[in-house]
Each structure stands twice: as structure tokens, then as C-alpha cells.
Design a protein around this ligand. Structure first.
Ligand code: SF4
Length: 446
């Protein structure tokens, strides 16, 4: 359980030397209890006190790294139930499951490895490959793992209930910290020994939370700290209920035995069910999500959802405010004004590109917010627009004096014309999707 300020104070040197930046040890202790400072800021804490404080200040959900190379990913260490309370930190790893008896294993793994999309200027890829020991044979499993490793450096999840098969697979992939999946009440000792020996994270699976907590305690007793929880649910309602319970127990009750990331299995009879299961797991509260196939119509929306949910709401993904010429612009090209919210920029510039009409895109600093939000927040007003147009030297770049404002801020037209004497403001479309038809039917330079 977390320590109170007074409990922490009892473990401090009580010299009030101020080196931590606080006037007294008590003030430092109170701040530490609120997680507003770090223990390392006091150079005089003795080892015993440090151990006690470290244990108490450990994150309520352990940070677990999966994989060993450049594409390793980390999950856990979340601190809130709801994203708007602060932010979610570690996006769930999206992993595609392959059968160890699949004759096209190498081709499938190559496709998974190469899958990449770009959204709002950010490249997004899959995070791992799960190899499932459906053959039930240790040698086949190890061979499949070797095949996958031969074509991909993605982190692996080794799915097998058979310790002998896991041992054989670890002989091939053990150095890369694959996630072993899973130890059960029958196999936990052997699986924990294997995980400990190879330094790998370990999934533990049980059908009720009490057994899961007991299992976590048991494998920790054998020295395995990097644990991932599988509460055994495989349906939407079950996942939602149990994952939420696990998150609440970890964060609200500080219940350490279940303070670990969760693995979700999104395999389902239909593509739609798989998408639903995985989307629910992205939102609440999986750390690893195992999909049964590489279907871009499911995976791309999931990646979009994950990017949205795991973007800090206080730090939207932004573009640098500047002039972006889209296409081969000339002095006759229209000037569009927008804000520096990445999604807005990429949507608007995408539609301009699709129209085939080159456009000077003036991106003003709207604090990374969309047009309507930044206008409502007073960050995107007539003065800002006029200053931006002037500072980018637009009057020297075009022979006309026309400015296209986003339709959502049509109300600013008059004020912008007052701020920019000699310029005519044209109200553009509200939605980016209408830009091509606007450019064809409304825009005229002369
Ligand atoms: Fe107390 Fe340590 Fe801060 Fe000094 S540095 S005031 S000993 S908490």
C-alpha cells in the first residue's frame, strides 16, 4: 500500500537540510506521498529506508517490457482509470497470432512485420507476432518460432500450455525476451522457472481473480516480476467487466498482487466481433491484444483508435505552424487558412492534394487544436489570422488578395478583412471533404 506523508517522514533523516529543494523533511515527505517529487532528490536516505520507500512508491501497475530488440514495447504503468483524468501512457501492443502448423508461416510473418500505415504524420506498425503451439508438438513449435525469427525482429508471444514446448521455443528465441503465455495453476512452477531462467515476461492465467492473485504471488516467489495477467475471459462483456475490475483494484485499492498489465485475446468467429473485442480492449484496459489475423480493415481502425486514446488530451499531436505549399503553387494559387492540429492539417492537405489544385496552406498556431476548438478557446481569432498571413509574406507570394477561411469560422470574415485592408475573405467549406468541389466551383483568383 502507498505510504502516507507521515509514514514517509519517519523514514527520512529529519535534518531539514533543504538539499531536496523543500524547507523541511516533512514538506518533502508530504510532496512525495502525493507523487509530486522523487525519492532520489534526497541524497541522505539510508538503504533500508530506500528499500521500504521504493517498494511503496512502485507504480500500481508494473511496467513490463516485451521483446528485446529495437521493436520491444512496454506496457503497464498506467495511473488513471479515465484518460481525461490525466493521460494513458503505454499503448497496448497489437499482436497477430500465427499457428505453428501453418505452412505459410514465413509469408504471414513477413506480412505482419512489413505492415505499416501513416496517420497524422506518424508511422504506425504492429507490435508483435504470437506463435501458437496448436500442433501440440514441441519440435514443431520451436521450428515455427525459428521460422518467424528468421523473417522478423518483432517481439514474440509464445503461446503454449506445455512447458516442454515453451522450453524448446526459448532455446530458439529466449534471448529476445518473448512473452511466455501462459502459466496456469498446473504449470506455474515449471513456467516460472523457464521465465526466470530466460529473463522473460510471463502471462499467468486463471479463471477467477482470487486464483490469479495467488498465482501472481507464487510466480513472484520464484523470482518472476514481469507478469502479464490473463483472467481467462474471451467475450466482450466478460473482458469489459473483469479488465475494469483489475484496473480498479490496482489503482483504487493499490492491490499489488494484481498490479500488472493485462493480455486480451480478440479472436472471434467474425471480423466484426474481432474488431469489437479488440476495440473494447484498447479502450479498457489491455496491455497486449492478440488478433487472429492481419486484416487491415480491422487493424487500421484499431491503430487509429489506439492513437486517439493514447494521445495526451492536453498535448494534441501538432504540426509546426508555418506556410505549407501543397502542390506546385504559383502567384495565382488560392490561400487557405487553418490551424496546426495534425489531424486538421492532414485532412485538409489530403483533400487539397486530391483536388489537384495547388494551394498555399497557411497553418496558424492554434495551440494544436482544431479550428472550432481553438476559435472557441480564443486561440484562433482575426488578429492571429491576419498576423500569420502577414508574417508568412503572403502579399508577396500571390498576385490576388483573397483568403479562404474555414467555414466553421465564417463569423470572423468581417474582422479579418478589417485586420487585412485590401484583402477579400472567402468563406470556405466547413468540412475538408468539400474542398475539391469548392476549388472547382467557387474559387477564382481573378
Ligand atoms: Fe530532509 Fe533529505 Fe530534504 Fe534534507 S534532502 S531536507 S534530509 S528530505
Amino acid at each position: 500500500m502507498a505510504l502516507t506523508g507521515l509514514e514517509i517522514y519517519k523514514l527520512l533523516p529529519k535534518t531539514n537540510c533543504k538539499e531536496c529543494g523543500f524547507p523541511t523533511c516533512l514538506a518533502f515527505a508530504m510532496k512525495l506521498a502525493q507523487k509530486g517529487t522523487e525519492l532520489a532528490n534526497c541524497p541522505y536516505v539510508d538503504e533500508e529506508a530506500k528499500a521500504a520507500l521504493d517498494a511503496a512508491s512502485a507504480p500500481p501497475i508494473r511496467l513490463v517490457a516485451i521483446g528485446g530488440g529495437e521493436r520491444r514495447f512496454e506496457v503497464g504503468n498506467e495511473t488513471v482509470l479515465f484518460r481525461h483524468e490525466k493521460t494513458f501512457f503505454h499503448p497496448p501492443g497489437l499482436v497477430v497470432r500465427l499457428r505453428d502448423d501453418d505452412p505459410a508461416l514465413a509469408e504471414q510473418a513477413t506480412r505482419i512485420d512489413a505492415y505499416e500505415v501513416e496517420r497524422v504524420g506518424i508511422k504506425i506498425m504492429l507490435d508483435g507476432i504470437a506463435v501458437d503451439n496448436v500442433s501440440g508438438d514441441a519440435a514443431t513449435f520451436a521450428k515455427a518460432v525459428a521460422t518467424v525469427k528468421g523473417v522478423s525482429a518483432l517481439p514474440l508471444v509464445l503461446i503454449s500450455d506445455d512447458p516442454a514446448a515453451v522450453e524448446a521455443a526459448l532455446a530458439v528465441a529466449g534471448g529476445d525476451r518473448p512473452l511466455i503465455c501462459a502459466a496456469t495453476t498446473d504449470t506455474w512452477q515449471k513456467m516460472a522457472e523457464l521465465a526466470k531462467g530466460a529473463g522473460c515476461p510471463l502471462v499467468i492465467r486463471a479463471d477467477d481473480l482470487e486464483s490469479l492473485a495467488a498465482l501472481a504471488h507464487d510466480v513472484q516467489g520464484l523470482g518472476v516480476e514481469d507478469i502479464v495477467l490473463d483472467p481467462g475471459t474471451r467475450d466482450l462483456a466478460g473482458n469489459l467487466a473483469v479488465f475494469t475490475q483489475l484496473r480498479r483494484l490496482a489503482l483504487k485499492k493499490n492491490f499489488r498482487p494484481l498490479g500488472f498489465p493485462i493480455i486480451a485475446f480478440a479472436g472471434a468467429a467474425t471480423r466484426e466481433e474481432q474488431a469489437l473485442l479488440a476495440a473494447s480492449a484498447v479502450a479498457k484496459y489491455a496491455g497486449v491484444i492478440v488478433l487472429d489475423e492481419l486484416d487491415p480493415s480491422v487493424i487500421y481502425p484499431l491503430m487509429t483508435l489506439r492513437q486517439n486514446v493514447y494521445t495526451d488530451p492536453q498535448k494534441p499531436i501538432q504540426m509546426e505552424p508555418k506556410l505549407y505549399p501543397v502542390g506546385a503553387v504559383t502567384d495565382k494559387s488560392p490561400i487557405f487558412v487553418t490551424t496546426n492540429f495534425s489531424l486538421t492539417y492532414f485532412t485538409v492537405s489530403g483533400e487539397i492534394e486530391a483536388s489537384g489544385v495547388p494551394v498555399w496552406l497557411v497553418v496558424a498556431d492554434g495551440d494544436g487544436l482544431s479550428v472550432l476548438t481553438s476559435w472557441a478557446a480564443g486561440k484562433f481569432d482575426a488578429e492571429k489570422i491576419a498576423k500569420t498571413v502577414t508574417s508568412y509574406g503572403m502579399a508577396d507570394k500571390v498576385s490576388h488578395r483573397k483568403l479562404v477561411l474555414p467555414g466553421y469560422v465564417a463569423a470572423l470574415s468581417g474582422e479579418v478583412e478589417e485586420e487585412l485592408p485590401g484583402w477579400q475573405v472567402i468563406v470556405g467549406p466547413r468540412e475538408a471533404v468539400d474542398i475539391p468541389s469548392f476549388l472547382k466551383t467557387v474559387w477564382k483568383a481573378d
